[in-house]
Design a protein around this ligand. Structure first.
Ligand code: SF4
Length: 341
């Protein structure tokens, strides 16, 4: 996907034609097959699709934490002008993961260690990476720890956690699910990252808390001047939070556009089906027939063709190319341009 032509600055994060496979006893799974997306400075980009579409693998690829047996076959991941695929593990650990790129995990109940106070856990992140105003190197002395603690309390106030100073001395079980997610958001922001990746951070929360967290994230992105890549299976969440959205299906990016435009005028039949599945639809729920195919043996041609109500003969044999379709809107579907033979 090309960079947004209306934005003269290069995107903060640019994933281009990324192909990742995972070898296992069952065979070789092509889990990402030519995924591209951009995240511009200060923007929130949603990645939406059903479970098994490769969203979490994309996140892992960006963070450099692909599972055992995974191999990046081709493509690039540029972040702040640097190709992350060329960095070694030391550079990813010291400079990128947790520091320049913060991460909000999916499950606030699993992400915090129950035997340590939350202050200890959050300050440990800053002990490694600094608080964004320093390089994280040098002696870790009392003065530095005190400075980190003060900054952390400021962030806990920003995420609207009650009694932030006392909170640091409590254990995870003393917080509700929503409060734990606020703690994890604080952890993601602690080192003043440029990009925050959120992997379905509201999935484990009730609807009311989910809404509060989404509002909070939107405010924090502006307040802290970060960009965000937000992974979700819920198009309703995308509508509330994201500036742009990339739709993924079976390891491929199939549609991209500004959120308002894409949700109002979806092009790809998969996006249309996803929207039809959303419970907020007034005209009743319509499911998507079939299942996301296994990455071990994906369908030829368009990977959506076995489930697509608009499939044509060519769809089973030729992979659709990504083509522009309207204003800042691209789609990979033969209904919008059949590739030359
Ligand atoms: Fe459906 Fe064909 Fe478009 Fe794939 S390329 S989404 S099968 S119409």
């Amino acid at each position: 996907m090309a960079a947004d032509p209306t934005n003269a600055r290069p995107p903060l994060l640019s994933v281009a034609n990324l192909r990742v496979s995972i070898a296992s006893d069952e065979g070789l799974a092509q889990v990402l097959d030519g995924v591209s997306l951009d995240v511009a400075e200060g923007r929130i980009v949603g990645v939406v699709g059903e479970s098994g579409c490769g969203k979490s693998t994309l996140v892992r690829a960006v963070l450099g934490i692909l599972p055992r047996g995974a191999r990046t076959e081709s493509g690039s991941i540029h972040f702040a002008g640097e190709d992350l695929l060329t960095l070694d593990e030391r550079a990813m650990t010291r400079r990128i993961r947790g520091r320049a790129i913060g991460f909000i995990p999916q499950d606030p109940y699993l992400a915090l260690n129950p035997v340590f106070r939350v202050g200890t856990q959050l300050l440990e992140i800053m002990r490694w990476h600094g608080d964004g105003s320093e390089d994280g190197a040098g002696p870790f002395n009392r003065a530095r720890r005190a400075r980190h603690r003060l900054w952390l309390i400021q962030i806990l106030k920003a995420v609207q956690l009650p009694d932030p100073e006392q909170a640091l001395d409590r254990y995870p079980h003393q917080f509700s699910g929503g409060q734990r997610q606020r703690l994890l958001i604080a952890g993601a922001l602690a080192c003043r990252p440029r990009l925050v990746i959120a992997d379905e951070p509201t999935t484990a929360l009730d609807v009311t808390t989910q809404l509060e967290i989404l509002k909070l994230l939107k405010r924090l992105v502006a307040e802290f001047g970060v960009s965000m890549l937000f992974v979700t299976h819920d198009v309703g969440v995308v509508a509330q939070l994201c500036d742009e959205v990339a739709v993924m299906y079976a390891g491929q990016s199939v549609e991209w556009g500004g959120t308002g435009e894409l949700l109002a005028r979806p092009r790809h039949p998969y996006t249309v089906s996803l929207l039809a599945c959303h419970p907020d639809r007034a005209d009743g729920l319509v499911g998507i027939a079939g299942q996301v195919p296994s990455a071990l043996a994906p369908p030829t041609g368009c990977r959506f063709h076995p489930r697509c109500g608009k499939a044509m003969a060519a769809c089973a044999g030729t992979k659709p190319e990504t083509t522009p379709s309207g204003d800042r809107h691209t789609v990979a579907c033969m209904l919008y341009g059949v590739p030359d033979a």
